[in-house]
Write a protein that binds this ligand. Structure first.
Ligand SMILES: [Zn+2]
Ligand SMILES: [Zn+2]
Length: 98
């Protein structure tokens, strides 16, 4: 079982990713209005992982919720010190995380 670790730029937020298989990760380019604004370019780039595989091991990301331009709410979590993105997810995952 591969375990990956990562952090935001300033390392205030750290996380661990526990995967059954590295094949559970999917790279995604999204062209929705929300991603364009968040990334400041023509698309957003994220890595899709199973929701239970990510564990924040240090710090607490700040959350921002906004419309994706089609009526769906997108939750983004980021470091409130350095601004690095940590997480992005939709309403169904948000309900499970609270
Ligand atoms: Zn940071
Ligand atoms: Zn998007």
């Amino acid at each position: 079982m591969p375990t990956l670790t990562g952090s935001c730029f300033c390392r205030n937020i750290q996380y661990k990713l526990s995967l059954d298989s590295i094949d559970d990760v999917r790279a995604s380019l999204c062209h929705c209005h929300n991603c364009k604004k968040a990334f400041g370019t023509n698309y957003g780039l994220t890595a899709k992982v199973p929701k239970d595989s990510l564990h924040i091991t240090k710090g607490s990301p700040k959350q921002h919720v906004s419309d994706n331009g089609s009526g769906a709410l997108i939750h983004r979590e980021f470091c409130d010190n350095c601004g690095s993105f940590i997480l992005e997810y939709g309403v169904s995952v948000a309900l499970m995380r609270t």
